[in-house]
Design a binder for this molecule. Structure first.
Ligand code: SF4
Length: 144
């Protein structure tokens, strides 16, 4: 198999910038699967149905979180996630997403946007792959 740029591990540690939770057009959407909605509903003591009605809307048949009054994620409060424990898969797996996990995008766009790139923990190839696979599975379930 072709060696990936992260095959020997990659450094990333969240710096709590909140950058990944603020509105940035199409990239700012937080898509959620049924199990994502279920986990957040549980954390907030709601049924999945009432959580979905209150905090989500649909675009082309795909569920996403609503934006808050400033157009950022509805759960972003003072740069912190209000549902951190049950946060959606795409938030948990960032920045190990298939569309950005290539050397060019990682060292360019992602590094410019996310201060966690190149900091702290070294993620092994296996760990990166686990996150990547979770994200891919989640993307396949967005319509659920
Ligand atoms: S759910 Fe939490 S981690 Fe995800 S975008 Fe919203 S505030 Fe950020």
């Amino acid at each position: 198999m072709k060696k990936k740029f992260w095959s020997d591990g990659i450094k990333f540690q969240c710096q709590g910038s909140g950058n990944c939770c603020v509105s940035r057009g199409g990239y700012g959407y937080v898509y959620v699967t049924k199990s994502d909605r279920k986990a957040m509903a549980k954390q907030l003591g709601l049924t999945t149905l009432s959580f979905t009605a209150k905090y989500c809307d649909q675009e082309a048949g795909i569920w996403k979180l609503k934006n808050g009054p400033t157009d950022d994620c509805v759960f972003l409060e003072n740069k912190r996630c209000g549902v951190y424990q049950g946060r959606p898969t795409q938030c948990r797996t960032w920045p190990f997403w298939p569309e950005v996990l290539n050397a060019k995008t990682w060292t360019g766009e992602v590094a410019a946007f996310c201060p966690g790139v190149g900091k702290g923990k070294v993620w092994t190839a296996r760990e990166v792959e686990e996150q990547l696979n979770d994200q891919i599975k989640s993307e396949d379930a967005y319509g659920s």
